[in-house]
Design a protein around this ligand. Structure first.
Ligand code: GLC
Length: 719
């Protein structure tokens, strides 16, 4: 499929890059491999002017704004011997100024096109801010919510994450033969298996079999690269003892030779120097040799390449052709971006920030990503006059927390609070906003005071969860229960006897076991972004029917993690028949809420389910057709999920794997015929020789509303 990395425009850009490459000095070549942050300006001896003159700077990160980037670019181009525009990059993960739901939230929409739209809007704003490259999408599979970066990715399932990875690349880069105006180079990160960190502790070692590496963690990167992703970021962690940032097998054998990746690899921040702390490099020069030698093209960030590659070249440890190959890949993309023709950005473009179209999209996305976990019928709200609103996220600080992490460029003051959203949606209601709830310890007196006041209303809405800094990078947690005294607060509110609608806003799955059966409704709103209050009000009032479905398992307790739906059976599956089975003595083996789960205000029925055949050749395809009917009283969106099980194979297979899904909107009473394709190729797995194989044999498939729904199962055979 044509994309920016194999288009005629790419080839033309590469030819121009080759011509320029031949004119560069060694210093200028290595400068293109060097990225700098704000620190280059903090050194008092005006180091940047010398660096610019010598051509030692090829890229900047986290320098923001049209005016600032234009000034830096102009300064650079006016000083350099060979004028080569810098490429400006930043972490545009779920928005630039307008903030969209976090990626984990977006994945719960089960609508990759929504992510394409959000990332296209983010790219437009970021481009206006002087950027041409984002460090996203993050496509790390995460099976352990103790790891705070689960917030930045698309959940636990490889198939779904791969769909979202490609969708995000399409959004950031556009779909033409070059990233046009308002688009950015994408960056698949963090390569690889960063989410497999032992103990859910960020930066920790990832010890995975090669089969699991290829089958679970690498396919989303391949999906992004097949969609044309221009860059990849190497991860901090080691993979089976070899740091990802110096892992020749990953960066060269797999990424370039197997996946055919032609873009460039940037190290994560400081990851090259950290090879020393890993105990993998003896000193900075050794670290540069090992990282560059493995396949890292650009250093984030600083002078380690500028300082060490010349002597490594001199000593014959690095070849000029390797340097040329890296420089060529970077220059090609600078030409492809049009940077040489238009190195500056129009400052007036910044009026796209928070434009009505982007705010409307943020509001729509916030409502599509929330997952309704419990509802005794209290939702959608009907004719409620007196509402008590409390919880730490109703505090003004909630405006930042409702945005989630990686929002360094956003404007929290623009966040629509839950209160604002409710007052706008139900102006006649009396909303009593009760202060005092915090994320830290609250005394019994403080909790009781809130509960007593809340009891004076008809309905209580409690907004609990996490601060935005509690997830994201270095946001590792050993305890997934609500922090501080939030659990006690929810229980005290429930004890008033008034119905409690509990809204959970966090960057990760939290343990909600203590009160899930006591609240009247439980709505996981994630971190919805700039339009948070309006999105939530749309859901609570029924203007929008909740249609989110979980893409990450919510544990019953932290003791269950890592927990994920697509696990092997084991020889002793938990049946409850006897003691000697694979289960816990003190806790269920099932999560509190499973992958794929999500409630709606309406209900859907599947009928007339048929398979095109119950036998297919190893290169064939099955079609699964069904009628979906909205049998409830509200318009809503169904998420039809297709799961498969390979009953017998040369390696044990998961009890279930998602192989297809479709989200469809249905007015109440309406029906629609849905067809899901199941190519035999999608049944492939990695055998012990590390080959992708489709083995003949018996399979099962289900069309389901979540990963535990086995009402509609069918046998089929691959021959
Ligand atoms: C951070 C993160 C990475 C981010 C980079 C630049 O350490 O690991 O995801 O893109 O640095 O901010």
């Amino acid at each position: 499929m044509e994309n920016i990395m194999n288009s005629p425009a790419y080839k033309a850009a590469r030819e121009k890059a080759q011509e320029l490459l031949e004119k560069l000095t060694l210093t200028e070549k290595i400068g293109q491999l060097s990225q700098f942050g704000n620190s280059i300006y903090s050194s008092e001896e005006k180091k940047y002017e010398d660096h610019f003159r010598e051509g030692k700077v090829g890229s900047f990160l986290t320098l923001r704004g049209a005016e600032r980037t234009n000034k830096i670019q102009s300064n650079l181009l006016s000083i350099q011997r060979t004028p080569i525009p810098a490429i400006f990059a930043d972490d545009v993960i779920h928005g630039y100024r307008t903030t969209f739901p976090t990626p984990i939230a977006q994945s719960c929409s089960w609508d990759p096109e929504l992510t394409t739209r959000c990332d296209a809007a983010a790219a437009k704003e970021a481009y206006a801010g002087g950027l041409k490259w984002t460090f996203g999408p993050m496509v790390d599979i995460a099976r352990d919510p103790r790891w705070g970066r689960i917030m930045e990715g698309f959940g636990e399932d490889t198939y779904l994450c791969s769909q979202f990875a490609a969708a995000a690349v399409k959004g950031f880069q556009g779909e033409g033969d070059a990233p046009g105006k308002d688009h950015l180079l994408a960056c698949m990160k963090h390569y690889a298996a960063y989410g497999a960190c032992v103990g859910g502790r960020d930066y920790n070692t990832a010890d995975v079999s090669l089969e699991t590496l290829h089958e679970v963690y690498l396919p989303p990167f391949k999906a992004g690269i097949d969609a044309g992703a221009a860059t990849v970021m190497s991860a901090f962690n080691d993979v089976n003892g070899v740091p990802a940032t110096a892992n020749h097998y990953l960066l060269s054998d797999v990424l370039r030779s197997q996946f055919g990746f032609k873009g460039f690899v940037v190290s994560d921040a400081g990851a090259v120097g950290e090879l020393i702390a890993h105990g993998f490099a003896a000193d900075p020069k050794d670290a540069v040799l090992k990282a560059f030698g493995a396949g890292v093209d650009m250093l984030m960030a600083g002078d380690m390449f500028n300082d060490n590659i010349p002597s490594l070249l001199e000593e014959g440890k690095i070849a000029m052709e390797d340097i040329d190959r890296s420089v060529l890949s970077i220059l090609t993309l600078k030409y492809l971006l049009g940077l040489f023709d238009e190195p500056y950005v129009d400052p007036d473009g910044e009026n796209v920030f928070f434009c009505a179209e982007h705010l409307a999209l943020a509001r729509e996305a916030g409502a599509q990503c929330a997952v309704l976990l419990e509802n005794n019928g209290i939702l959608p709200l009907k004719n409620v006059k007196n509402i008590a609103l409390t919880g730490p996220l109703t505090h003004p600080c909630g405006q930042a927390h409702l945005l989630g992490g990686w929002c360094g460029i956003a404007d929290p003051s623009r966040t629509v609070t839950i209160e604002d959203g409710l007052r706008a949606a139900i102006p006649d209601a009396n909303i009593d906003v009760i202060p005092g709830a915090t994320f830290v310890h609250m005394s019994k007196e403080e909790i009781d005071a809130i509960a007593v006041r809340a009891a004076g209303s008809d309905v209580i809405i409690a907004v609990v969860g996490e601060e935005n800094g509690m997830a994201g990078e270095a946001g590792s947690k050993a305890d997934l229960n609500l922090c501080g005294s939030q659990e006690e607060l929810v229980l005290a509110l429930c004890a008033t006897g008034k119905p409690v609608i509990c809204l959970v806003s966090a960057g990760r799955p939290l343990v909600l076991s203590k009160f899930k059966d006591k609240v009247a409704a439980l709505l996981n709103i994630w971190q919805p972004g700039t339009e948070a209050g309006n999105s939530v009000a749309d859901l609570l009032t029924g203007r929008v029917d909740p249609s989110g479905h979980l893409t990450t398992s919510f544990p019953y307790t932290v003791g269950q993690v890592p927990i994920y739906y697509n696990h092997p059976s084991t020889g002793r599956p938990a049946t409850g028949r006897w003691r000697f089975e694979s289960k816990y003595m003190d806790c269920p083996i099932a999560p509190l809420y499973p992958f794929g789960y999500g409630m709606s205000y309406t209900s859907f029925e599947y009928s007339d389910i048929s398979l095109s055949s119950d036998v297919m050749p190893a290169d064939g395809e099955l079609k699964v057709s069904l009628t979906v009917t909205n049998t409830g009283n509200y318009d809503g969106a169904a998420v039809v999920q297709l799961y498969v099980r390979d009953l017998v194979a040369s390696r044990v297979r998961p009890v279930k794997e998602l192989k297809g899904f479709k989200k469809l909107f249905l007015a109440k009473g309406a029906s629609s015929r849905v067809e899901l394709s199941l190519p035999a190729a999608s049944l492939a797995f990695v055998n012990s020789d590390l080959e992708w194989v489709v083995e003949p044999g018996q399979f099962m498939l289900w069309v389901s509303e979540d990963s535990t729904d086995e009402r509609y199962g069918f046998d089929f055979e691959v021959i």
